[in-house]
Design a protein around this ligand. Structure first.
Ligand code: ATP
Ligand code: MG
Length: 506
């Protein structure tokens, strides 16, 4: 019998045309490997990036790697109960957290669950962890101050509502202290705060909560904590959880300050996850998208346009450097994403110049627009005086009497200004007081005082002004400028108080 090729191909074509696919998608997948909080799941097809998956044990996982046959899932919480062969279901939900005013005053984990022992938080809303940042027409330029109450920052590296300002420095240089002062200073401003603790020790976090409570700042703050003992997935998520909570408030027209303490540990957690997911490592073994990790987070901070409700989210990410190296991978990334940085210097910190803000390396690219006129007018001469002082101090190791008078005067002025910019922790200062004392220093009223008496002078001066010249504060507060009348009163107050103070010296 002859084989006719056309006949066979006709049959084949008919068969193919009449073919009815009869494959039903499995509603669940199977764990084929699990360890280090990462599970590889086979058989689940239509899963989206960032979707929540549910394991047979009831635990949740986050779909992070979508490959052809398998999904890399980051287990949220411990993975010890999950075994190979376990079923995994998709939930259809992109991961989300509870948000809303009920979170204020509470401490939550990276999933938004209360961990402060005060019972579950009942909120009326949830929000996805990932959200596209507002686009340009939805924003407006930063124009309102977000004062920290820290003199050196409000004068020299001002922060505006909606700005992203990096706090960067080695370990133990007062990074967290600045963030906490900024939170405490928002007490009466209506700005709500979110403090995200990433990878810190449990007792550090509890002392932070305690400090905030003690300074009456807990009620306007949400604390999101993923401790050093938590798996990297929680550290990774905590930043987005905090952001979602803050974002909800911003879109509701409120002003929010969010602190990420710190993004170095966040990047490390992400690196750990990525290596376990077998993503190709790049520079410093970080995955290629680590820049995107932080940019998509910080881009969500914004000052919204009037149509969008005028809300704002100010972000203060913190980065820890090693031996002051700002050119390492993660620091350079975050420097380039933010609108400026507050650089804290270890040497200054140990010399007792605290907060250890290095005024040469610290910049604010947009905050000047948000400074009130009064601060702007006194901060101009301050910057100039300090720059001249640092120049001079850097290359003069000569004793004072070998210098000419002009240089000696500059040194004296610089030392007094540096002393005035020192500030203890937990005493954020209202902007009127900041303006008054900076005015005193830059106009030379402190030049004749012994350096070690400047702190005492400042304290006494504020009390003196409050008692004898209350209009100085009230006018600056109201007019936001150093009006000629204010300047006249300041001069009068300073002349009188310097005289009175000098008499107590001898
Ligand atoms: P880490 O790298 O451990 O997170 P950090 O850079 O966040 O440290 P802090 O914890 O804020 O630093 O501060 C370190 C220490 O310095 C703390 O004991 C804190 O109380 C103290 N300190 C911070 N700022 C000041 C200040 N302005 N005046 C006096 N002490 C301060
Ligand atoms: Mg810290």
């Amino acid at each position: 019998m002859a084989i006719r090729a056309e006949e066979i191909s006709d049959i084949l074509i008919k068969e193919i045309e009449g073919y009815q696919p009869d494959v039903k998608e499995q509603p669940y997948g199977t764990v084929i490997q699990v360890g280090d909080n990462i599970a590889t799941v086979y058989g689940l097809r239509s899963v989206r990036f960032g979707e929540l998956l549910k394991f047979e044990t009831g635990q949740l996982g986050l779909a992070m790697n979508l490959e052809e046959d398998t999904i890399g899932v980051v287990v949220l919480g411990t993975d010890s109960d999950i075994k190979e062969g376990h079923r995994v279901e998709s939930t259809g939900r992109i991961s989300e957290v509870p948000v809303g005013d009920a979170m204020l005053g509470r401490v939550v984990n990276a999933l938004g669950e209360a961990i402060d022992g005060k019972g579950a938080i009942v909120t009326d809303a949830t929000r996805t962890l990932e959200f596209t940042a507002p686009i340009v027409p939805e924003r407006q330029p930063v124009h309102e101050p977000m004062t920290t109450g820290v003199k050196a920052i409000d004068a020299l590296v001002p922060i505006g509502r909606g700005q992203r300002q990096l706090i960067i420095g080695d370990r133990q240089t007062g990074k967290t202290a600045i963030a906490l002062d900024a939170i405490i200073n928002q007490k009466d401003t209506g700005v709500l705060c979110v403090y995200v603790a990433i990878g810190q020790k449990t007792n550090t976090i509890s002392s932070i909560v305690e400090d905030l409570r003690r300074y009456d700042a807990l009620n306007h703050t949400v604390i999101v904590a993923a401790t050093a003992n938590d798996p990297p997935s929680m550290l990774y998520l905590a930043a987005y959880t905090g952001c979602a909570i803050a974002e909800h408030m911003m879109y509701a027209g409120k002003h929010v300050l969010i602190i990420y303490d710190d993004l170095t540990k966040h990047a490390k957690a992400y690196r750990e996850i990525s290596l376990l997911l077998r993503r190709p490592p790049g520079r410093e073994a970080y995955p290629g998208d680590v820049f995107f990790l932080h940019s998509r987070l910080l881009e969500r901070a914004a000052k919204l346009s009037d149509e969008m409700g005028k809300g704002s989210m100010t972000a203060l990410p913190i980065i820890e450097t090693q031996l002051g190296d700002v050119s390492a991978y993660i620091p350079t990334n975050v420097i380039s994403i933010t609108d400026g940085q507050i650089y804290l210097d270890t040497d200054q910190f140990y010399q007792g110049i605290r907060p250890a803000v290095d005024v040469g390396l610290s910049v604010s690219r947009v905050g000047g627009a948000a400074q009130i006129k009064a601060m702007k007018s006194v901060a101009g001469p301050l910057r100039l005086d300090l720059a001249q002082y640092r120049n001079l101090a850097a290359y003069t190791k000569l004793s004072a009497d070998e210098l000419d008078k002009a240089s000696r005067d500059q040194l004296t002025r610089g030392e007094r200004i540096t002393a005035v910019l020192k500030q203890k922790q937990f005493v954020p200062m209202p902007v009127e007081k900041e303006v008054a004392i900076i005015y005193a220093a830059t106009k030379g009223y402190l030049d004749e005082l012994p350096l070690n008496s400047v702190e005492r002078f400042e304290e006494g001066f504020h009390t003196f002004v409050a008692e004898k010249h209350p209009t100085i504060s009230s006018t600056i507060k109201e007019k936001k400028a150093v009006t000629p009348e204010v300047e006249a009163s300041l001069k009068e107050a300073l002349t009188a108080y310097v005289k009175q103070f000098k008499a107590t010296l001898s």
